[in-house]
Design a protein around this ligand. Structure first.
Ligand SMILES: C[S@@+](CC[C@H](N)C(=O)[O-])C[C@H]1O[C@@H](n2cnc3c(N)ncnc32)[C@H](O)[C@@H]1O
Length: 256
């Protein structure tokens, strides 16, 4: 496994074991297991409603999907929001504690499947098995070469005529270099002080990173994978100090 993937897995296994709901939606007053599960799941409905509204605005944009892939599903917050609009939702995540929690939350409900995948690809899933490949606030947390690899996999997993919808950060908001400088300085602290500082400041010894990829590069990747970019619009899901986009692309119905 590459160093990047090993590091990602360690970070998200730790966060998933410590406080999984807060790691996904990090409201300061919800730290320490304070999220009410129903309120937490309800936060996913706005994200999915937005994606559905954007799809509805595209030519032939469907309102319902037989099979949805929720990549980087965490505890399944968005998988649950997609389910009323899908027959089956498959959630995939690198973190075993996140997936265990997702399975607990969905226990007894039909049409969900949650899988751990620690590979840099999605070889565990068959080609052309989804009508929508979706990913929200996940790809932004990994270096671009890894994210790019998963986007290429989305193109393979999508049925002809299917859709790919995801969000990525494109650049730091101008004038916000201080936060990343602080992170680099903390990384350089000796004697385990970086861990101690993070525990004090963030409540966890690990922090997730945010990476930036210019939209041109993302669009070129989609095209190189045989997808047709259909729509993109600004998105602030990456949080304060970031700029980004939500991207919609389609796999041609008939192969050339
Ligand atoms: C901020 S959480 C978002 C979870 C979910 N998308 C949501 O919005 O509710 C990011 C998730 O991405 C997952 N993740 C990070 N890198 C991943 C990878 N390479 N493959 C699969 N999941 C990954 C993490 O484990 C974590 O659950």
């Amino acid at each position: 496994m590459s160093n990047d993937l090993t590091k990602l897995r360690q970070v998200w296994e730790t966060l998933g074991a410590e406080d999984p709901l807060w790691a996904v939606v990090s409201h300061p007053d919800k730290r320490g297991g304070r999220w009410n599960l129903q309120e937490f799941l309800a936060t996913g409905e706005a994200d999915v409603a937005r994606a559905r509204a954007l799809l509805a605005g595209c030519p032939d944009g469907p309102g319902r999907f037989p099979g949805v892939l929720d990549f980087g599903c965490g505890v399944g917050r968005l998988s649950h929001a997609w389910k009323p609009h899908a027959d089956h939702v498959t959630g995939v995540d690198i973190s075993e504690p996140m997936i265990r929690q997702a399975q607990r939350i969905a226990a007894g409900r039909d049409g969900f499947r949650f899988i751990v995948n620690t590979a840099p690809d999605l070889a565990l899933l068959p080609s052309e098995s989804f009508d929508l490949c979706y990913s929200h606030i996940c790809l932004q947390h990994m270096p671009w070469p890894l994210a790019r690899g998963y986007l290429l996999e989305f193109a393979r997993l999508c049925r002809p005529g299917g859709w790919v919808v995801f969000q990525l950060c494109s650049r730091p908001q101008p004038g916000t270099g201080a936060a990343s400088l602080r992170q680099r300085l903390v990384d350089a602290l000796p004697f385990g002080l970086a861990k101690a500082y993070r525990k004090w400041r963030h409540g966890s010894s690990v922090v997730f990173e945010v990476f930036f990829t210019p939209a041109d590069e993302v669009l070129a990747t989609l095209r190189s994978a045989g997808l047709v970019p259909v729509h993109q619009e600004p998105d602030d899901a990456g949080g304060p100090g970031t700029e980004g986009f939500i991207y919609l692309a389609r796999k041609p119905a008939v192969r050339a």
